[in-house]
Ligand binder design. Structure first.
Ligand code: MN
Length: 296
């Protein structure tokens, strides 16, 4: 049944009392969609509960982080000196490469926070590149009927995002204020999955409620959707990632010794630099040695 549609229920992970995130990738059933290797859905939260999403200084290697908000604002700071708010409909894309540290704080005007945090595994040939940060506020946006589409990564329907990624990838937001049918042409060479953040989607015989990831069969070249009113979903895709990323804490590597070295460097205040006004520096957890390479 590897070629059937698969519906994934994200794992709930409590990050503060009463405040949970939903982890749709990686899961036991599916670890990668193209190079997309991590997907957390947070919120919507309001008031005091938002404080759980004010995250102090921590390191990354071997990945890109993509922050995509539906509501609210976060302020990104990093060890390159970047200080950049991100709001709904804008993309913050941070390339860790050989190593970067960053923090994320609630935007001053933020009264309700709702969004996604993605990680993209860097291919072996570039995973040691210098760190880099990009903000994209002017992304391709169009309508199909009453559905608003916004392309944050890759190419779709003749549009192209200027976000720089290192393997063929797609990130497309769909927002339907009213109930709509929508047919999307897909690249059959990509793997695809649809995460429904709010509302409800039906695809053929499959009902996809909010907070579920629908993984499409390999080779799919079309996606037919019936979107309920007030639906917000994100379609991700990418060329099959024929490498096995090893993920531990905030690090994506290939071998245990690389993870161990990054861990030691963070403890010893080496490699990752400092983040001005980044707040508390997050300590690395104990090394558990139970590392596992990701694979589809
Ligand atoms: Mn981070």
């Amino acid at each position: 049944m590897t070629d059937a549609l698969k519906l994934i229920e994200p794992k709930r992970s409590e990050i503060a009392p009463g405040v949970a995130v939903l982890r749709a990738l990686p899961t036991r059933v599916r670890r990668l969609v193209g190079a997309w290797c991590f997907l957390d859905h947070f919120g919507p939260v309001e008031g005091e509960a938002m404080q759980a999403f004010d995250v102090g200084v921590h390191p990354h290697i071997g990945l890109q982080t993509a922050t995509w908000l539906f509501d609210g604002a976060l302020l990104h700071r990093d060890s390159l000196g970047s200080v950049q708010p991100v709001r709904a409909g804008e993309l913050n894309l941070m390339t860790a490469g050989q190593g970067i540290a960053h923090s994320e704080h609630l935007g001053t005007e933020c009264t309700r926070l709702h969004g996604l945090q993605f990680w993209i595994a860097l291919p072996d040939a570039v995973r040691d590149i210098a760190p880099r940060f990009e903000h994209h506020a002017d992304l391709p946006q169009w309508r199909d009927g009453d559905v608003s589409l916004r392309l944050f990564i890759g190419e779709f329907a003749g549009y192209r995002s200027s976000a720089r990624v290192h393997s063929p990838l797609l990130g497309l937001e769909l927002h339907a204020p009213t109930a709509q049918a929508l047919t999307l042409s897909l690249d059959p060479g990509f793997e695809h999955a649809l995460y429904v953040a709010s509302g409800h989607v039906r695809s053929g015989e499959i009902d996809v409620p909010a907070m579920r990831l629908l993984v499409l069969p390999a080779g799919a070249d079309v996606l037919q959707l019936e979107l309920a009113a007030a639906t917000c979903a994100v379609l991700i895709g990418g060329a099959p990632f024929d490498e096995a990323p090893l993920m531990w804490w905030n690090f994506v590597a290939r071998r245990n010794d690389e993870i161990a070295a990054a861990r030691e460097d963070w403890q010893a205040h080496r490699r990752f630099g400092t983040v001005a006004d980044g707040g508390v520096r997050i300590p690395v957890p104990p090394f558990d040695l139970h590392l596992r390479a990701a694979g589809r």
